[in-house]
Design a protein around this ligand. Structure first.
Ligand code: URA
Length: 240
């Protein structure tokens, strides 16, 4: 594995930041300062240090799922002093966690948090097209034509939406629930798409992010991701 990738995965810095640490001569492999950007390490056998302190990837990178309740801002600190998702993390969670993407203040459901800067960045990059699945309670009952339009693409003020998946979960005339899966992540995208077909969102809940499912995690609760989920996220993010 390339040294800068090893450092990024361990949560030391982004890959770019890790390269800067290397070229600054602050990184050593088995005691030898290594500034060459092509350098490789074997995480199982090599000892990597930054400023003389050993970096251990297994301890460095943490991955959590949170069932975000409404009323919490998706940030680790809020200048306005509102409750943030950081308030919901376990007291012994490692430093350096950040949310992967954003849910609106009133949106509930699955939010991933990690200290793996490289993975977080890749998961959000449009190139990797990770599916995110939402359940939206809406006004009225979307027709088959509405659902087709949501799936085929809707013209929004920032351009047409990419192909998506949409189906009706239940309907009782004046209200319905739509399940919508998107590979994009534009601001307020689900709400804007449903408003555009005449069915404003009353409540929005995310149930899956790529291979990770919310399952029965209680509102406000967190859980560490399993090794299998972390591996699947790395695979979806296209890491080599
Ligand atoms: N789309 C929205 O409109 N809001 C969210 O929080 C997430 C996706």
């Amino acid at each position: 594995m390339r040294l800068q990738k090893f450092l990024a995965r361990a949560g030391v810095a982004s890959r770019r930041g890790s390269e800067d640490l290397m070229t600054a001569g602050r990184v050593a492999v088995n005691g030898v300062v290594t500034s060459e950007l092509g350098a490789k390490v074997d995480p199982a056998t090599d000892t990597v240090t930054v400023d003389g302190r050993e970096v251990r990837p297994d301890e460095g990178a943490a991955y959590f799922a949170l069932n975000k309740p409404a009323g919490y801002v998706t940030t680790m600190s809020d200048p306005q002093g509102r409750p943030t998702v950081a308030d919901l993390m376990p007291a012994d969670a490692p430093a350096g966690l950040f949310p992967v993407g954003r849910l609106d203040l009133d949106t509930t459901g699955l939010l991933l948090l990690t200290s793996d800067g490289e993975l977080g960045h890749r998961l959000l990059h449009p190139r990797h097209h990770v599916w995110k699945t939402y359940r939206a309670e809406v006004d009225g009952e979307p027709s088959d034509a509405d659902l087709r339009a949501l799936a085929d693409g809707i013209e929004l003020d920032d351009g047409s939406t990419a192909p998506a998946r949409a189906h009706l979960v239940w309907s009782e005339g004046s209200r319905a629930e739509v399940e919508l899966s998107l590979r994009e992540g534009r601001k307020r995208q689900v709400k804007r798409m449903l408003s555009a077909v005449g069915h404003p969102v009353r409540a929005l809940h995310r149930i899956a992010f790529g291979p990770v499912e919310l399952g029965d995690l209680a509102p406000g609760a967190t859980r560490p991701l399993t090794d299998a989920e972390v591996a699947a996220l790395h695979a979806e993010a296209g890491e080599d």
